[in-house]
Design a protein around this ligand. Structure first.
Ligand SMILES: N[C@@H](CCC(=O)N[C@@H](CS)C(=O)NCC(=O)O)C(=O)O
Length: 201
């Protein structure tokens, strides 16, 4: 049974949503960063930076939320959640995963760090720049979703989980003004029973 090392309200929610979408049994190991449980030697052996998520699944021990989501779909999806390897659909899945992790997500951590500061200490140019970078990438997703329910077409895939999770956080930090399709997509994904179960506690 896959074992997911997990902290709520973090990137570890992505593979948990995928596990819930798959409907397979899994073990959830909750770690508390406030008690340094992500910095024990055991956890550092699973993840060199002591982050979550990390997954153990038989002989497989991997980290990185995107890689874990892809592995789970390939191993347990039985044709769901990812197009077969070597198809145009799989090529698009790689494209959107890489886009999500290298274009859509990177502006958000510096933006969140800036917004955490007391208002008088914030740098408005950094906030504006971070929001503009996020919006440029989010607009590409908004355009790609025109006329389709999911990024790869009519069926949910793991890239929707990763992209919608990032868009959801970005919506909180920067809004999705002028992107009604992306906004509706985030709300639709967040309303799925699997998403609700995975993020309820
Ligand atoms: N690129 C990694 C990022 C992992 C990451 O930054 N995890 C954060 C939570 S979102 C974490 O583990 N924080 C707790 C800690 O460092 O103790 C992924 O997508 O899995």
């Amino acid at each position: 049974m896959p074992r997911l090392y997990y902290v709520p309200h973090t990137r570890a929610s992505r593979p948990r949503i995928v596990l819930e979408e798959l409907g397979i049994p899994y073990e959830l190991v909750r770690l508390d960063p406030a008690k340094a449980e992500t910095r024990t030697s055991e956890h550092l052996a699973r993840h060199p930076l002591g982050h979550v998520p990390a997954l153990e699944d038989g002989e497989v021990s991997i980290f990185e939320s995107g890689a874990i989501c892809f592995w789970l779909a390939e191993r347990y999806g039985e044709g769901r959640l990812l197009p077969p390897p070597g198809t145009p659909g799989r090529a698009l899945a790689y494209q959107w995963l890489c886009f999500a992790l290298s274009e859509l997500e990177p502006p958000l951590s510096p933006l969140a760090a800036e917004l955490k500061k007391p208002e008088a200490e914030r740098d408005p140019a950094r906030i504006e720049g971070g929001r503009a970078r996020f919006h440029a990438a989010a607009k590409a997703v908004d355009a790609a979703l025109a006329g389709r329910d999911f990024l790869l077409g009519d069926e949910l895939s793991v890239v929707d989980v990763v992209v919608a999770a990032i868009l959801s956080y970005g919506k909180f930090l920067a809004g999705l003004q002028g992107m009604p399709t992306a906004e509706a997509y985030v709300l639709r994904l967040r309303g799925r029973p699997a998403w609700k179960r995975a993020t309820a506690d």
